[in-house]
Ligand binder design. Structure first.
Ligand SMILES: [Zn+2]
Length: 269
């Protein structure tokens, strides 16, 4: 009986490391001498003998291929993405323009989305960060991946973590990095993007005030602004998105993986 329990525990943990979900992260253990890892045509974060590969939330479950790049060439590595059913969340937004924007606003939204999309593709070749913190202490008011229904109409899944806190609460940089975008966006309100290197980018939205400028170099914990209720909100909170190799992924998963000691890394084969 005890043996059976141990065996099943081992099976569960190896499955967890060998699989990923849409909106999750696949951790790939690497041999020495690896120069990089590619997934979906983009480089992935590599650190301490493993890679963290972001999986897009719209990814169809099934067998996927990452490429391990060594001096001799590229070696394909296959892994499984298994389905995940995220809960539905229904919200009522009083400001109708935030649910069905007019044509002029749609133009603005498209331009903003292109600018943000380009930023998420950035890959700065600096050593990967070794630690990450939650930018605000507060209650999680909406988790990553929730299937959003606004005023009865389906919208894109929730691409970040919402942390409820009072207006004016300081928001800290989750890790060392460089400020790449500050601005007022239609849905996201006052927003800051930080590039942490190796394709890891974080975004902080709905800020009451922004206290940094584009090009600033920040240390983990530096205050970048204050919690607010700008953009599309139902109350003051921080919307925090985390992006890996161009995909928004679950911030809670990334926090756990970045802060894991190398000794905790289990082979994914
Ligand atoms: Zn949010």
């Amino acid at each position: 009986m005890i043996k059976w329990i141990i065996l099943s525990a081992l099976l569960v943990s190896s499955a967890a490391w060998g699989q990923a979900v849409p909106g999750g992260v696949y951790r790939l253990a690497l041999p020495d001498g690896v120069q990089g890892v590619e997934y979906d045509g983009r480089p992935a974060l590599v650190r301490d003998g493993f890679a963290l590969v972001g999986i897009g939330i719209n990814t169809q479950p099934g067998t996927k291929t990452a490429y391990v790049i060594e001096a001799e060439g590229r070696t394909p590595h296959t892994f499984e993405v298994v389905a995940k059913q995220y809960p539905e969340q229904r919200l009522t937004i009083e400001n109708k323009k935030m649910v069905n924007p007019d044509p002029e606003s749609l133009e603005r939204i498209r331009a903003e989305s292109a600018r943000m999309g380009a930023e998420y593709q950035r890959f700065s070749r600096v050593p990967a960060i070794r630690s990450m913190i939650k930018p605000v202490e507060g209650i999680t008011s909406s988790q990553f991946g929730f299937r959003r229904v606004l005023n009865g109409e389906p919208r894109s899944p929730h691409s970040g973590l919402d942390i409820a806190a009072d207006t004016g609460t300081p928001v800290q940089a989750a890790a060392d990095g460089v400020v790449r975008i500050t601005g007022d966006f239609y849905f996201n309100g006052n927003t800051v993007f930080i590039d942490h290197g190796q394709g890891l980018v974080t975004m902080y939205c709905h800020l009451h005030e922004i206290h940094v400028e584009e090009g600033d170099t920040l240390s983990q914990g530096d205050v970048l602004g204050l919690v607010g209720a700008t953009g599309r909100v139902t109350g003051p909170h921080l919307h925090w998105s985390v992006s890996l190799n161009g995909y928004r992924v679950d911030p809670v998963t990334v926090l756990a993986l970045i802060n894991a000691e190398p000794a905790q890394v289990k082979p994914s084969s």
